[in-house]
Design a protein around this ligand. Structure first.
Ligand code: SAH
Length: 440
């Protein structure tokens, strides 16, 4: 049995208009790109993707993304979403995956077993295992649980993300081929989670990247209410799963919020890029900070942060909508100093070409923050840009230390919470880096 409150009639209700909308969008994408579902059934019929010479090694090493540039030729005319075999230039079998001619990731790989059939049971077992591993570590009676249930490549399901917020499930699809298997995933989610409703969130740019024409909406059951309430580390948060950022909450920072709370007793804390108050409230409530100032450019996020403070009876945290660089300038002019500063900026670059500019941005932000820190102050600094390595962040901190004439001691080097694991086969997904430092 699982703990999630379940309205036995809701999840399996006949389609309402919004449900049909989403289904139609997925179906119309499918119609535009007919799937040759049975090509795998006839031996020797599976379409083949043949790699260029010397390009096979990462895929024997189980990296799941085959970019267009690695492919020499495509045989037996696969259609968008079809199962394909990946072969080396010497025609050795490497793996099985799904094809999308509209995406720069031309093939996403899902199995390295030639005998495996990538059909319903395969997808159902994969998602079942991913969800099972998360259910092992959560309190099944907690109706406000917030967890990532499926984390794309980390769970061998490149293109599928599933989050659970109490009675509701949020799905993000970032692969056209995976979107065509949605029904298989839904069967398992409904069986294991019994959600009151399942809502689809889409990422900007997905139409250009994948040829996937989807928009947000209800897939099954009832629409999630706004706000929806979750509890994290004993703190309640109202979240907006329909309009909020990501799927409504930055679930990946759960363990980092708990970690910083251990350093901030009686501190004046500045939480930059605070969104709906995740770190702020952890510092105020768990950590007994003396005062917390949360800054974010999003008015909606700030309103939600203020409501969240009220919800938890927190009177020591105040929130203000402002652009962070402007705020930092103002605080400098006012000669304000803090005991702890949290820096959790949005992704600074999506492309290698933007890396240098991104590092200058991280440098500037961290330098300005360090200038506002009292001696022996605590800095929690993050990067969620996948292209920025741990080493790059360390180098950046080293330059900041040298130029501000402070010593920066790294106390903890952290990642995303464990429901967002990183597959050793796809280290690009180790996007979140979090350093807790003492600035002497
Ligand atoms: N720390 C947050 C998550 C931060 S995500 C948490 O724990 O939930 C990044 C945030 O930066 C978003 O809320 C976004 O609204 C905000 N943001 C983006 N650019 C900004 C800017 N220039 N100044 C202030 N906030 C900004």
């Amino acid at each position: 049995m699982n703990s999630i409150t379940h309205n036995p009639n809701s999840a399996d209700q006949p389609n309402n208009p919004e449900q049909s909308d989403i289904k139609n969008q997925i179906d119309s994408t499918v119609e535009k790109s007919p799937v040759v579902q049975n090509s795998e059934d006839e031996p020797g019929n599976t379409p083949q993707i043949v790699l260029k010479p010397k390009r096979a090694l990462p895929f024997f090493g189980r990296h799941p993304w085959v970019f267009a540039g690695a492919i020499a030729h495509v045989e037996r005319s696969p259609q968008p979403g079809d199962v394909v075999d990946l072969l080396s230039n010497k025609k050795e079998f490497i793996a099985k995956g799904l094809f999308n001619p509209n995406s720069n990731i031309r093939v996403r790989l899902y199995s390295w077993n030639q005998e495996e059939k990538l059909e319903n049971v395969f997808w159902q077992e994969k998602i079942e295992k991913a969800i099972q591993s998360r259910l092992l570590s959560i309190d099944k009676n907690d109706k406000q649980i917030a967890r990532r249930l499926v984390s794309s490549e980390a769970d061998g399901l490149s293109g599928l993300t599933v989050d659970m917020y109490g009675k509701f499930v949020l799905i993000q699809l970032t692969s056209l081929a995976i979107s065509k298997r949605l029904d298989d995933f839904l069967v398992v989610i409904k069986k294991m989670i019994k959600p009151e409703g399942i809502w689809l969130r889409t990422e900007k740019g997905i139409k250009d990247q994948e040829g996937l024409e989807l928009s947000d909406g209800l897939i099954s059951g009832n629409e999630p209410e706004t706000p929806l309430f979750i509890t994290e580390n004993g703190i309640q948060f109202g979240i907006d799963v329909k309009q909020g950022q990501k799927t409504g909450f930055y679930l990946d920072q759960r363990t980092n919020r708990e970690a910083i709370s251990k350093y901030v007793k009686n501190h004046d804390v500045l939480d930059l890029f605070c969104y709906t108050g995740g770190f702020s409230l952890a510092c105020a409530k768990l950590g007994n900070a003396k005062s917390v100032t949360g800054i974010d450019s999003s008015e909606n996020a700030i309103q939600m942060a203020k409501s969240n403070a009220l919800l938890n009876g927190v009177t020591t945290a105040k929130f203000k909508a402002n652009e962070v660089f402007k705020e930092l300038e103002q605080l400098k002019e006012e000669n304000k100093k803090f005991d702890t500063i949290i820096l959790d900026p949005p992704k600074m670059t999506r492309h290698r070409a933007g890396l240098n500019k991104a590092m200058k941005g991280y440098y500037k932000l961290n330098e300005m923050a360090v200038d506002l820190l009292k001696p022996h102050g605590i800095l929690l600094t993050c990067s969620c840009s996948g292209l920025v390595s741990v080493e790059k962040m360390q180098e950046m901190l080293s330059s900041v230390a040298a130029n501000t004439n402070r010593n920066i001691q790294i106390l903890e080097q952290r990642n995303a919470a464990p429901d967002h694991p990183v597959s050793v086969h796809c280290l690009e997904n180790q996007y979140l880096k979090c350093f807790i430092c003492r600035v002497v």
